[in-house]
Design a protein around this ligand. Structure first.
Ligand SMILES: Cc1cc2nc3c(=O)[nH]c(=O)nc-3n(C[C@H](O)[C@H](O)[C@H](O)COP(=O)(O)O)c2cc1C
Ligand code: SF4
Ligand code: SF4
Length: 267
């Protein structure tokens, strides 16, 4: 069975899970969603895959907007088995149900939707990140689920989606996104402190080409998808959202590197 996993990641959790799943499945290619969107035509294996996976982090109990856009544009050939892999800090909400709804608009559906709890990367205005000593335990629990998920995919099983399809989740999702984006102004408040040495990593890993680094300044545009990559990957911890992130711990998955992130973004 040939499998393609389209993957989006900000701090590496989803990429690490996609890699573990690819290893467990065999004959699997991971295609970064950001690259697929930039590159236009997909590689030949995407035309003929028996199974297609869509892997993404949960933002505001929903899918990232960039992943929603990708799925809307996705051309599906034949009748592949489709599965979704969401990684989240605690609550996947209705994201996998929303993915299923987008696929239904294309005349297909999500056969399996798994939500894996991974280390939380949301910091400021609220700091939801767990203490550092809990990270390895969370990673190991998630890793233990991979063989079972791979077996279900290999068997092309139809499994109830994880998370919740309830209306309150849909309302809460829009409300949280609105609060963080428009009221708190996460995307407007991103800035670099004087710890910044203009290394340029943030601009190379940003999936939306939203960051410009010059000799004298780093500036953020208006096309932020709130992946938090610039905040967590800056080697100087110089990227802040307003003042609430100051002094707080940064995170990225231990098996994922800056080079991997550059590869993801096509930067
Ligand atoms: C903007 C934003 C919103 C988030 N919202 C949620 C959420 O609603 N529920 C949840 O469980 N985790 C939430 N998280 C945490 C991430 O989903 C989680 O840490 C994920 O594994 C990160 O994956 P990545 O490393 O592939 O980017 C949020 C993270 C960010 C940056
Ligand atoms: S990654 Fe950090 S140090 Fe490097 S240019 Fe961006 S803000 Fe500055
Ligand atoms: S500006 Fe930062 S948080 Fe926004 S999309 Fe780019 S890397 Fe992600």
């Amino acid at each position: 069975m040939t499998t393609i996993i389209y993957s989006f990641t900000g701090t590496g959790n989803t990429l690490a899970v996609a890699r573990q799943l690819a290893d467990a499945l065999g004959d699997t290619t991971i295609i970064p969603i950001t690259r697929a969107m930039k590159a236009g035509p997909l590689p030949p294996e995407a035309e003929t895959a028996d199974a297609i996976g869509i892997a993404f982090p949960i933002y505001y109990v929903d899918m990232p907007l960039i992943v929603q856009d990708f799925v809307r544009e996705l051309q599906l050939n034949g009748n592949p088995y489709i599965f979704g892999i969401a990684t989240c800090g605690e609550r996947p909400g209705g994201a996998l149900y929303n993915l299923n709804a987008l696929l239904k608009e294309k005349g297909t559906h999500l056969s399996l939707g798994a939500a894996l709890i991974m280390p939380e990367n949301y910091v400021g205005p609220m700091d939801l990140m767990e203490p550092v000593e809990k990270v390895e335990g969370i990673l190991s629990t998630a890793r233990d689920r991979i063989p079972e998920i791979a077996e279900l995919i290999r068997g092309r099983r139809e499994i109830p989606l994880e998370g919740s399809d309830s209306t309150p989740y849909r309302i809460v999702a829009s409300f949280f996104r609105f609060l963080a984006t428009s009221v708190y102004g996460t995307t407007r408040r991103l800035h670099a402190t004087d710890r910044c040495n203009r290394c340029g990593i943030c601009t190379r890993i940003c999936p939306t080409e939203n960051i410009t680094v010059t000799d004298s300044a780093v500036t953020w545009g208006r096309n932020c998808t709130q992946c938090y990559a610039c905040i967590h990957w800056c080697p100087q911890a110089a990227v802040e959202i307003g003042g609430r992130t100051r002094g707080k711990r940064r995170y990225h998955h231990p098996d994922v590197t800056v080079a991997d992130m550059v590869e993801q973004s096509g930067g």
